[in-house]
Design a protein. Structure first.
Length: 135
């Protein structure tokens, strides 16, 4: 379910006349995305030969984080910033579970806190800032 498809009557509504109202409030949880990592182009050349099957690089990690949040937010969302911190290395063959929570809302601007977990702990944590300029 995307940000624009949510329909909770108790939540604060926003939107403009003639457009379907969007619903989101601080504390809204994004659905969990589970991704099985494979040894492909997402592994930078120095990481492909790793004895454990390759390591996920920062660019791919950030791409997965951005895609996770924008898939939830919908096509109207503009990414205004991504701030991530890498934790444990993620290897090919592991499963990455991404979760998110809306941490703040100022009008049509949202900040989503994300967390990416692998079997041993946290691979990535951080925030994604979004804007919805059409409303």
């Amino acid at each position: 379910m995307t940000y624009r498809q949510q329909d909770d009557e108790s939540a604060r509504r926003c939107g403009s006349p003639g457009k379907e109202a969007a619903v989101v409030e601080v504390g809204t949880l994004l659905p969990t995305a589970t991704i099985t990592l494979t040894s492909t182009a997402g592994l930078a050349p120095p990481h492909r030969d790793h004895p454990e099957g390759g390591l996920l690089d920062i660019l791919t990690t950030m791409g997965l984080v951005e895609r996770y949040v924008t898939d939830w937010a919908g096509p109207e969302a503009l990414v205004r910033g991504i701030n991530v911190k890498l934790g444990l290395p993620a290897h090919a063959g592991e499963t990455l579970a991404l979760t998110g929570t809306v941490m703040s809302r100022e009008g049509e601007r949202l900040t989503v806190r994300i967390l990416g977990q692998i079997g041993l702990g946290t691979h990535v944590s951080g925030t994604v800032r979004l804007a919805f300029p059409d409303h």
